[in-house]
Design a protein around this ligand. Structure first.
Ligand code: B1M
Length: 221
């Protein structure tokens, strides 16, 4: 198969949620010398975008979204070590979770992989993370940055709740807070009082590094 044929097949098989085939094609692509980024950005992510578009049109339902998501997650397991293979020294500790009420985790996991690749020590507290979970994890791991993902317009308000509770617990000055997820915007991040926002995984890494620089600068001031 040519690289283009592999990408096309990966797109199609992710769309129909054929996890074993997506896994096989991902491994084949890597063996054939394709980059993990090409597999991710030219096939897997566009396919999930198409899943979302079909869901919006009423052509796909939750089970279809679920199996496509599972197929993508299987491929991410193969890509994870390759994307994280930089050997960079630890840049800082990043605590990450999807907010309460929200079970989407593929985007969060992808951001985590890219952060690990950039040298961050990532602590993932999973999905459905409420304020208590964030606060307990901040106390336990003493992170530099706390990242929150929300993928539904209905769960985005949890950013504000979490930040409020983190502030009440006396921890707001100890951490930088970053938010993201498909419906989130810079304006929304500003409104909830986050220090940073990114719309995708690569930008998330850049913003996280910027926040670390600001943190170091204010510690030295
Ligand atoms: Co859901 N879902 N889903 N879903 N789902 C969306 C998000 C939706 C946009 C589909 C649509 O209508 N087009 C829609 C949300 C609409 C809205 O509120 N605006 C939606 C809906 C409505 C729902 C349910 C309510 C459906 C229902 O039950 N009726 C339900 C909610 C469940 C819940 O959470 N309580 C639901 C359920 C599910 C599944 C469980 C079936 C499954 C999730 C599987 C999983 O994650 N393990 C699922 C899926 C797969 C999707 C779509 C199709 C794909 C999501 C995805 O993984 N995208 C999605 C449609 C879409 O996104 N086009 C959809 C790929 C991923 C790489 O991108 O998630 O955007 P993304 O992550 C990006 C950025 O957002 C950013 O970087 C990531 C990588 O580039 N980013 C950050 C993420 N976190 C960040 C944090 C940062 C910075 C950047 O800093 C801290």
């Amino acid at each position: 198969m040519t690289h283009d044929e592999i990408l096309k097949a990966l797109f199609d098989e992710t769309l129909v949620g054929n996890a074993p085939e997506v896994l096989r094609l991902t491994e084949l692509g890597i063996a054939e010398g394709m980059t993990p980024s090409a597999i991710l950005f030219d096939a897997l992510i566009p396919s999930l975008e198409e899943v979302g578009a079909r869901f919006e049109r009423g052509d796909f339902f939750v089970p279809e979204m679920l199996i496509s998501g599972k197929a993508m997650s299987g491929a991410l397991n193969v890509l994870r070590p390759l994307l994280a293979l930089t050997g960079a020294e630890t840049v800082g500790t990043f605590l990450m979770g999807t907010v309460k009420g929200d079970v989407h985790d593929i985007g969060k996991n992808l951001v985590n992989i890219m952060l690990e690749g950039a040298g961050f020590n990532v602590i993932d507290i999973g999905v459905q993370a409420g304020p208590e979970k964030f606060i307990a994890a901040i106390n336990e791991h003493n992170p530099d940055i706390v990242g929150m993902s929300a993928f539904l317009t209905t769960t985005m308000p949890m950013f504000k709740v979490n930040i409020h509770e983190i502030t009440k617990a006396g921890l707001r000055d100890k951490v930088m807070i970053m938010v993201g997820g498909a419906p989130v915007t810079q304006e929304y991040a500003d409104v909830v009082g986050a220090d940073g926002f990114a719309s995708d995984a690569s930008t998330a890494v850049r913003i996280a590094k910027d926040l670390m620089q600001k943190r170091r600068a204010s510690a030295n001031a």
